[in-house]
Each structure stands twice: as structure tokens, then as C-alpha cells.
Design a protein around this ligand. Sequence first.
Ligand code: FPP
Length: 254
Amino acid sequence: MLKWILGKRTRTSDRGVSLPSGNLPAHVAIIMDGNGRWANRRGLPRVAGHRAGMSKVREVIRACDELGIRCLTLYAFSTENWKRPPQEVEYLMRLPEEFFRTEIDELVERGVRVRFIGDTSQLPPYTQETVQRTLEKTRDNHGMIVNFALNYGGRADIVGAVKAYAREVASGLASWDELDEARLDAHLSTAGLPDPDLVIRTSGEIRLSNFLIWQAAYAELWFTDVLWPDFTREHLEQALRDYQRRKRRFGGIK
Ligand code: FPP
């Protein structure tokens, strides 16, 4: 084990844990689950779990940037999350405003480019303002890309891509005969980004819940019982080490 680590360049985390620098995922996507349970176990309102979860967003962005992950996607609000009580929805909708108010300077300093995936036109006006302001402030950055999935659903993403393509067909810019995976891919909200190599889900649930269902076709999946507000850089490194040991064949033999 020691020889294996010495044989490769390693990155050392703040706590001295080594992570071989080769074979890191280019794109990590995270389903940040378990905020409500975390709060319930402490006798706190569910929104306290979301607040604690927000500080983990900060921690994970920093860690990914320092580890050299090029792209990070975070599932912050799904198309199905509107079914929650209005007070919880409103709290979740207010979090981006608070998050970017306090984090924008560090994100810009790190060269992070923030993107949003999902139908942001349906978000409340104050959330849309935050989205626009953040896009503008980070537009010219060339470092890590952080995608916030807000009002995102994988099925809606695919339907949106088909509709966008249909509009091009209607205006004579494309034809149905030419439609293939690459062309559909280019009309998804993640156009231009690599597919996620690694999808992490916290809280013990073992499903994708409509997250990047097209893009994650060949992603490695990593599940942990840890609730999102308890997730640390060490858990992230554990997932990355596990990923580094996987053999990805993409349907081929080797
Ligand atoms: C799922 O846990 C979590 C969410 C629906 C919200 C995730 C949002 C954050 C972590 C904060 C996002 C921060 C920014 C900056 C946008 P759950 O509430 O479903 O947990 P449960 O399954 O235990 O009830």
C-alpha cells in the first residue's frame, strides 16, 4: 500500500490523508441528501438541516478546487421538491441569495465559474436575480465549473433538449434524420460539460432521483449513509479513492 502510494504523485489534504493525483474524475456530481433527517435527529426544524447543508457546499467546493476536480454539479432543488411545504420551499429558494452574498468573493478569487442547470425561469424573482448576478460575476472565470441544479429534473432536461432541437428543425437549421446522441447532448442544460464520472449520494438512499439521468449513463456511483450536513472532505476523498480503483469499461472489454 505504501509502495503504491509512493509510486504516484499524491495530494495531501489538510489532515494529512493522501490521495493519488492521477485518475481523478473530471466531473463529480452530488445528490446532497439527508438534511431533514439530520435536523430531526437534533430536534431542530428541517430548515436547520438545509442551513447546515449549505456550509457543506462551501466546504466541498473548496475541497474539489484544491484537489483539481474540474467540474462539480450539486443537486440543490429538484423539479419534485416543489411538493414540500411552502415555508421549506421558500427557505430553500432564499439560500442561494445568502450563499452567494457571502461566498462570491472567494469563488471569484478561486476563478470558479458558476453555472445553473434546471428551469430557473420558474424560480422566485429574488432567486432569479441571484442567479443572474452570479452568472455575470463569474462569467469570465476559467477555473473549476460549479453547476447548481435548481429546479432541475433529468426528464425535464431531456424534454427541453428535444423541444430545442424541434425548434431548430422547424426553422430549417436541423433535420430529424440527423438527430443522434451527440446532437441531443448538445441541447441539454449541461451542453459543453463532460459527463459526470462520479455521482455521490449521501444519506443511505440508493437511487438517482431524476438527477442527470442521461448524463450519468456511465457514471460510477458512490453511496454513503452519512447525512449531507455531516459530509466532510474526508468522505469526499474516500469516494475519490474508491473511484480511482474502479475499472471503467464503457461497455467495452478493457
Ligand atoms: C435533500 O435533503 C436536500 C435538499 C432538497 C436541499 C439541498 C440543499 C442544500 C444542501 C443547500 C443548497 C445550497 C445552495 C447554496 C443552493 P432532504 O431535505 O430531502 O433530507 P431528508 O431526506 O433527510 O428529509
